[in-house]
Design a protein around this ligand. Structure first.
Ligand code: BYC
Length: 480
């Protein structure tokens, strides 16, 4: 692999030779002002003049690709960055397995590829829109900076998908690129494409849960697309994954810091019972049952992003060599899956049970199972943080049938343990499982900004280390 540095000379930093590719450069330059308008209009509210200590990619070398400096967000160098080309790469799975990876869009799979790229692209600006107002209630400058880092990188991920549309899909690609700037998260007339991206991210606990669970769906989907036989998509997603890791770090450690602060406050006040919600809340920290409810909400919304239990779309995309499995290269099988089965959790005669389905049809669930495994490891780490304080409470991921809007379980109601409930009982007990109006109001009451250097809101602990190893009182955002 060769290290390719990024060309920062032109308007659009890139490592794809845009200077020579006049047609695509012009198309992107035409799209650029609309993007900046969208950023001003729907990106972080306020703070556009503030100097933010951000990392910018300066090379795609796995070691040392980032440079940290103060930047005004609208001046961030959004660019088109692909991981280095792997010499002689082959299509790794599906009916074309072993053929040379495609450098151009294979005609027969054009519509499918475009749809996947558009869906991926749509989620990126959606998340920025969802997080638009969070800066106003940031618990510290450290967290404010992390929010903006996530936001600018999601913006760059939009650029990544728009580049593919502009370069490989001609006039309809340009139309799709425009439409990505027109849809709006939560808008009843022009919503974003996938359900979870039309939900609100009203507070910082939601933000940390979103970056833990929903960004982790992003990781799984990008891993699956990084396997693609369409090489430019694979290379794009491989580089995006390096950025995605930081987003999940922000989420997981954000929740850990909330948990630690709560446990510490409980210990200091001599509160032994984590379910004594009123007593814990009087300390001005977030009680663990509410953390659990938020986890239930964001985990279940994220499960919806894996699509239906049985999916011909997923089967076709795999068969065609377009979208693979998580870590395809480590799996020991024929990578074609024309025979064989996969066990999928289904609703059969009103009961939840595992059923073997053709391996190709069950691919969404295979990816989802890998995702659940990844999430369980995160919950395990949160629980170790609670255990360290000797507090008897365990955060559990809810059952896959709980609170679903897509797939078989959308038609039933289940509690977090997977017991089916009647409609009336669900309504009666809903606030045991999901944040209630009271819970939301309490969290909202805590959401007061803390912009003083080195200080943190009372409901969250400090991080273990600073970004770029900066000291605790570093001014991550110079607010204007
Ligand atoms: N909401 O055959 P099925 C990220 C539709 S997150 C609404 O099961 P498929 C990020 C489906 O479109 C990762 N509709 O679907 C995270 C289909 O409709 P059509 C984003 C849904 O295709 C944080 C129909 O139901 N990337 O990057 O197998 C911050 C039949 O369903 C939903 C991707 O998702 C839903 N949840 O699976 C920022 C990768 N689910 O076409 C960024 C690309 C299904 O029949 N997308 N439907 O009208 C895909 O691979 C697939 O489209 C999906 C769905 C996995 C999403």
């Amino acid at each position: 692999m060769t290290v390719i540095n990024v060309d920062y000379d032109g308007m659009i930093p890139n490592n794809v030779g845009l200077n020579q590719d006049v047609r695509v450069r012009k198309a992107l330059e035409k799209w650029h002002p609309g993007y900046l308008d969208w950023w001003q209009d729907r990106g972080p509210e306020g703070f556009q003049e503030s100097m933010v200590y951000l990392r910018t990619a300066v090379s795609v070398d796995p070691k040392g690709w980032a440079k940290f400096d103060y930047v005004r967000m609208p001046e961030y160098r959004w660019g088109v960055l692909l991981a280095p080309q792997v010499e002689d790469r082959k299509v790794p799975f599906g009916v074309h397995r072993g053929e040379k990876a495609w450098q151009e869009v294979p005609g027969e799979h054009r519509a499918m590829l475009r749809r996947l790229i558009v869906i991926q692209g749509d989620t990126e600006p959606a998340s920025v829109e969802q997080q638009r107002y969070l800066g106003k209630t940031a618990p510290s400058l450290y967290d404010l900076r992390n929010l903006f880092q996530v936001n600018v990188e999601e913006g760059r991920h939009l650029w990544a998908m728009v580049y593919l549309l502009q370069k490989y899909f001609g006039a309809d690609g340009r139309e799709e690129a425009e439409a990505l700037l027109q849809r709006r998260s939560g808008d009843p007339d022009t919503p974003r494409m996938l359900g979870a991206f039309n939900e609100k991210t009203p507070d910082w606990l939601s933000f940390f849960m979103f970056t833990t669970f929903t960004d982790r769906d992003g990781k799984m989907q990008l891993e699956a697309l990084a396997q693609s036989g369409f090489d430019p998509l694979s290379r794009t997603c491989r580089f995006m994954l390096t950025e995605e890791a930081h987003h999940m770090f922000v989420g997981e450690t954000g929740v850990t810091r909330i948990i630690e602060r709560t446990c510490q406050a409980m210990k200091e006040a001599g509160i032994e019972d984590p379910n004594d919600v009123a007593a814990v809340r009087r300390l001005g920290v977030i009680d663990l049952p509410t953390v659990q409810k938020k986890a239930n909400l964001h985990f279940s919304l994220s499960l919806d992003l894996f699509g239906n239990e049985i999916s011909t779309n997923a089967a076709s995309a795999f068969h065609a060599g377009i979208k693979g499995r998580f870590r395809e290269e480590r799996i020991k099988d024929d990578h074609q899956l024309e025979s064989g089965t996969y066990p999928v959790m289904r609703l059969v005669d009103g009961r939840i049970q595992l059923e073997d389905v053709p391996a190709l049809s069950g691919l969404n669930m295979r990816l989802r199972d890998d995702y659940v495994g990844d999430c369980s490891a995160v919950a395990g780490r949160w629980n170790r943080a609670i255990e360290a304080f000797g507090i008897p409470f365990t955060i559990k991921l809810p059952h896959v049938a709980f609170h679903r809007h897509i797939g078989e379980f959308a038609s039933v109601k289940a509690d977090p343990d997977g017991n089916l409930l009647g409609e009336a009982e669900w309504e009666k007990r809903r606030s045991e499982f999901l944040p209630s109006d009271d819970d939301r109001a309490f969290i909202e009451s805590l959401m007061q900004p803390q912009y003083e250097r080195g200080k943190f809101a009372g409901w969250i602990g400090p991080p273990k280390v600073g970004i770029d190893n900066k000291p605790g009182d570093f001014e991550y955002v110079k607010i204007q």
